[in-house]
Design a protein around this ligand. Structure first.
Ligand SMILES: Cc1cc2nc3c(=O)[nH]c(=O)nc-3n(C[C@H](O)[C@H](O)[C@H](O)COP(=O)(O)O)c2cc1C
Length: 217
């Protein structure tokens, strides 16, 4: 049995989302160092942006009438879906970019949904599977802040992961990752440190939960 982990940061050094996801993953692996982890780095190894259109067009055709491009796109969608179906638990680390998800994440979701197992008429293939979504924000979009409704990523991800895919989802968010990077946010240094620590504690709790679900299965 395995953990599937998706990372969507466009960087590998200094990534706050990877750091929080590392805590979740470490707790998942605690007590079972041999548990395999399947990884997909959509931010640094992007899926082809034109695969989704080809997969949609190919999905309307019998297999023997598909172009090689369409067949390849649907094979890619099947591989991405296999990674989710085969895993016992899911971990997704998704930064906020330009007030939404990156095209890398959108392409991944769109491609998965072209697979017949994940389409609107299929029995939900991932229903009840435990999943942790890690989100990180350079700013702070929590309730009561001036831009509390500017985060258009988390709500959409919840719709897809919890409602459409029916995962058993928990979310850990770290706000203010740009404090210490952007001098305009220097007034929030103390608050950012507290938020970072709170997110790390929450990540450990969620990781332990994934571990206990795995052991109970
Ligand atoms: C191109 C770009 C756009 C970004 N847009 C936003 C944004 O709209 N809102 C925000 O709070 N942070 C934004 N950020 C900041 C990132 O969310 C923040 O740096 C986060 O920590 C990135 O994830 P990582 O640390 O895992 O790489 C943006 C960063 C980049 C590079």
């Amino acid at each position: 049995m395995s953990l599937f982990r998706l990372d969507a940061s466009i960087r590998t050094e200094g990534s706050a989302s990877r750091a929080i996801a590392d805590i979740v993953e470490a707790k998942w692996q605690a007590g079972n160092a041999d548990a395999p982890v399947t990884r997909r780095h959509v931010g640094t190894e992007p899926l082809p942006a034109d695969a989704w259109g080809a997969a949609v067009a190919g999905s309307y055709l019998p297999a023997d009438q598909r172009t090689p491009e369409q067949a390849g796109a649907l094979a890619l969608a099947a591989t991405l879906t296999d990674e989710l179906v085969d895993a016992e638990a899911l971990l997704l680390a998704v930064p906020l970019y330009n007030f939404g998800v990156s095209q890398h994440v959108k392409t991944w979701v769109d491609l998965v949904i072209t697979d017949p197992r994940m389409g609107p008429r299929a029995e939900p293939a991932l229903a009840g599977k435990p999943a942790v979504l890690v989100t990180v924000h350079g700013g702070n979009y929590s309730a009561g802040t001036p831009r509390e409704d500017w985060d258009h990523a988390t709500g959409w991800l919840r719709r897809i992961l919890a409602d459409v895919w029916q995962l058993d989802l928990t979310v850990v968010t770290r706000e203010f990752t740009l404090v210490g990077v952007n001098p305009a946010l220097d007034d929030f240094t103390e608050m950012a440190a507290e938020l970072k620590e709170a997110a790390e504690v929450e990540a450990a709790e969620h990781g332990r939960r994934l571990t206990s679900v795995r052991q109970a299965a």
